[in-house]
Design a protein. Sequence first.
Length: 293
Amino acid sequence: MTPHSEDKTPVTLLGLGAMGTALARAWLAAGHPTTVWNRTPARAGALAAGGARRADGPAEAVAASTLVVVCLLDDVSVGEVLAGTDLSGKDVVNLTTSTPAQARARAAWASDRGARYLDGGIMAVPPMIGVPESGGYVLYSGPRDVFDRHRDTLAVPAGTTYAGEDPGFAALQDVALLSAMYGMFAGTTHAFALIRRENLDPAAFAGLLTGWLTAMAPAAHAVAAGLTADAAPEEEVSSLAMQVAGTPTFLDTARQQGVSPELLAPYFELMRRGLTERNEAKNPKGLVDLLLR
């Protein structure tokens, strides 16, 4: 601990996987008295050597601090670990990946036990934790006053973004952002498969690819504008009809290169449905509503 640790908010951390360990190290480095617990006690050894207090069980760990951070495998694990603890007066920050419905149910569960609750979605990987310039951040949702009370402490491992009073909003936006990421990964995987057998330098192509994806990213703002009820009509740049007409070229190229179209075909099918079912030839943003069941 630093010489000024007595001025820092104590933190209890339950769960010492790769992410939990990174979080604990960040708080320790910043001088926060940190109590840790993990089902596998050996994982706490290095942190204890670095100044953390190692609790013998979840109840002891929860009792050590008002601010209790949970970073476990899943929502079931959260319920199991906290079941035998006294949460009265505690501020529980759950950084376990969950669905919006699970986050809302867990918030009610915590309230019934006398705790205040924030849900969090970590938009970072462990090496980004404690590195301000990495760009990593955590989405938080739940009572604004609880977030404001602990904002400085929560900002130690990564940046903080308040997602709203609804406890499910952090999980919702977390999954939405990661879903877009996986869509990008799918396109990137297909792109590299197309050039895989050719005499092309993958590193040079990666430069072209990242530049192109960066240039296309602002299209998200156009989609958002189109979903706003009072948005003014935008000038048509690339109609859905024109894009659908061009899809055979992409599929033919994949066939000629010996590449499966399985990553592109579902989106192309959605585009075709947009034309035939909703007559959205001049509004590609209508595809969003087409996905709603």
